[in-house]
Design a protein around this ligand. Structure first.
Ligand SMILES: NC(=O)C1=CN([C@@H]2O[C@H](COP(=O)(O)OP(=O)(O)OC[C@H]3O[C@@H](n4cnc5c(N)ncnc54)[C@H](OP(=O)(O)O)[C@@H]3O)[C@@H](O)[C@H]2O)C=CC1
Ligand SMILES: O=C1O[C@H](COP(=O)(O)O)[C@@H](O)[C@H](O)[C@H]1O
Length: 503
């Protein structure tokens, strides 16, 4: 994430994609590379090596990627730029279960590097299902593909999910860090590619007015909401093993939480920013399992309608186990054990097949201490929220009370809003451009570090364990198209608080 006005063009390199035939590559990676090409942010000395276990010609691969680009591009496709990008793509077969194929890959890569004059710099992007991360990286290491060579760099990019619990995340960290250094490793969380998420850093640390009130003296609580309208769709097999908690909380919701709650980093660099984020994640209180049960709600959707679309019962989705107890909704109450946040609860919720699509962080300030205006009791005054809209509303809103014009004092809540679309005219991106560009220029600031990942899993582990033991007990049903299980409201009302209404 550059702070300069002119973004840096990366060094020449080979961009090697494992899982090139998959959905992520077609939907996000190639369209993001296209957007970088259009912005002149790809190096001239560049090649894309698409790895597949199939026998696929480069022509067929290019045709398939072009189709994906036409379908998923965020901007009108300029055919000349697209052709130039796809001309750089070569298909190579390699399968981690066949070590010899990685030796052949090394030879092919060396030839391509020399014909494209890429300087030997290599980026390996693992856009495969997560169970392939360890075998592929092991083979890359064994075949010497990640071995440093003079000044040429090597980087390994790993998609999410990073582990399925604390133990597996630790094991994956240990494995990967036995092959590459932390600096060469890029753990992607696509939330950090969103402009609105990156802006949390800028909002907090480029404006003097927030820091003095950004603490337990002025903030009552924080709400982090990631509500989705989409159901599980065709991802039953992945989702039923994963659930809402693992799928969203230790990664995306904790990225939001850490940006909102971290201490000011000493420097704007990967070490300082990631240390501050890891510190605050490590300060989340690790609850006992009985506390985790009391401080959480989980739900599963049943058939209903989202807008005009009928959503079938979660349990009827293909590849979802009969009688599955996997949660499609999770709400948690967490506390952060440090001086800034002592006594300030963080309420997190996320779910699928809900009535509203909304990703936001709402910071609720403490009420005015005294009801000078007798027209409205202080507890009935509208609440003071600073709302950071991530999606679909991209912007920032401040809610406060104001006098209703007229001869008497009457008070109403109003909202002051900033919307990106009103201020900035930028070509729409898909969120991966910044991340891919950063990998190529060697900036890890927007990528997760081992300690941050493990601290996140440590905080959610008691919920995973307690829910696994409880099984169906305590799992609420909610209708698709609703706002989630009713008990989610109780998580706040028992503390004398409410979830912020949409809008
Ligand atoms: N799709 C999306 O929108 C998003 C996906 N992700 C993450 O990206 C990764 C890829 O997701 P997605 O593209 O949807 O997945 P896909 O199921 O589409 O698989 C990607 C490709 O990986 C290859 N592959 C599968 N198993 C192995 C294996 N054991 N060894 C080597 N290659 C293998 C296959 O290619 P072949 O058969 O040709 O070898 C397959 O086409 C996942 O980790 C996912 O969580 C993250 C955010 C969004
Ligand atoms: O990683 C994932 O994120 C998406 C939500 O991403 P968003 O950018 O649309 O908010 C979620 O739907 C998916 O289940 C999860 O795997």
């Amino acid at each position: 994430m550059t702070t300069q006005a002119n973004a840096q063009v990366p060094d020449g390199c080979a961009f090697v994609i494992f899982g090139v035939t998959g959905d992520l590559t077609h939907r996000l990676v190639i369209p993001a590379l296209y957007n970088l090409a259009e912005a002149n942010l790809l190096p001239e000395k560049f090649c894309v090596v698409g790895i597949t276990r199939k026998d696929m010609s480069s022509e067929d691969l290019r045709a398939s990627l072009m189709q994906g680009l036409q379908k998923f591009a965020t901007r009108p496709v300029d055919q000349e730029i697209a052709d130039k990008l796809l001309y750089c793509v070569t298909s190579v077969s390699a399968d981690p279960s066949d070590p010899a194929s990685f030796d052949r890959l090394r030879e092919r890569l060396e030839k391509l590097e020399s014909s494209r004059n890429t300087g030997g710099n290599r980026l390996f992007y693992l856009a495969t299902p997560p169970d392939a991360f360890a075998p592929i990286s092991a083979e890359l290491g064994r075949a010497g593909l990640l071995k440093e060579d003079g000044s040429a760099w090597r980087r390994l990019v790993v998609e999410k999910p990073f582990g399925t619990d604390l133990a597996s995340a630790k094991a994956l960290n240990d494995h990967l860090l036995s092959i590459v250094t932390e600096h060469e490793l890029y753990r992607i969380d696509h939330y950090l590619g969103k402009e609105t998420v990156q802006n949390i850093l800028v909002l907090r640390f480029s404006n003097g007015m927030f820091e003095p009130i950004w603490n337990r003296d002025h903030i009552d609580h924080v709400q982090i909401t990631v509500d989705e309208k989409l159901g599980v769709g065709h991802r039953g097999s992945f989702y039923d093993k994963t659930g809402a908690l693992r799928d969203m909380v230790p990664n995306h919701l904790f990225q939001l939480l850490s940006l909102v709650a971290m201490e000011p980093p000493a420097h704007f660099n990967a070490h300082s920013v990631r240390s501050a984020k890891a510190d605050v994640l490590a300060a989340i209180q690790v609850q006992r399992e009985d506390e985790a049960l009391r401080n959480s709600v989980r739900g599963q959707y049943i058939a209903g309608k989202v807008d005009d679309t009928e959503i079938p019962d979660y349990r009827s989705v293909k590849d979802v186990a009969q009688g599955s107890t996997t949660e499609t909704y999770a709400a948690l109450k967490l506390t952060i054990d440090n001086w800034r946040w002592a006594g300030v609860p963080f309420y997190l919720r996320t779910g699928k097949a809900l009535g509203t699509k909304r990703t936001e962080v709402a910071i609720k300030f403490k009420q005015a201490p005294f009801a000078m205006f007798r027209c409205t009791p202080v507890e009935e005054l509208s609440q003071n929220y600073l709302v950071i809209g991530i999606e679909p509303v991209e912007g920032i809103a401040l809610q406060f009370n104001t006098k209703i014009p007229g001869p008497t004092i009457a008070i109403d809540g109003v909202e002051m809003t900033f919307r990106y679309k009103d201020y900035f005219k930028v070509a729409p991106s898909n969120g991966y451009e910044t991340l891919l560009h950063d990998c190529m220029i060697g900036d890890n600031i927007l990528f997760q570090r081992a300690d941050g990942v493990e601290a996140g899993w440590r905080a959610v582990q008691p919920f995973i364990d307690a829910w696994a033991k409880a099984g169906a007990q305590g799992l609420q049903s909610y209708k698709a198209g609703s706002e989630g299980p009713e008990d989610a409201d109780a998580l706040l009302t028992r503390d004398g608080r409410n979830w912020r209404e949409p809008g």
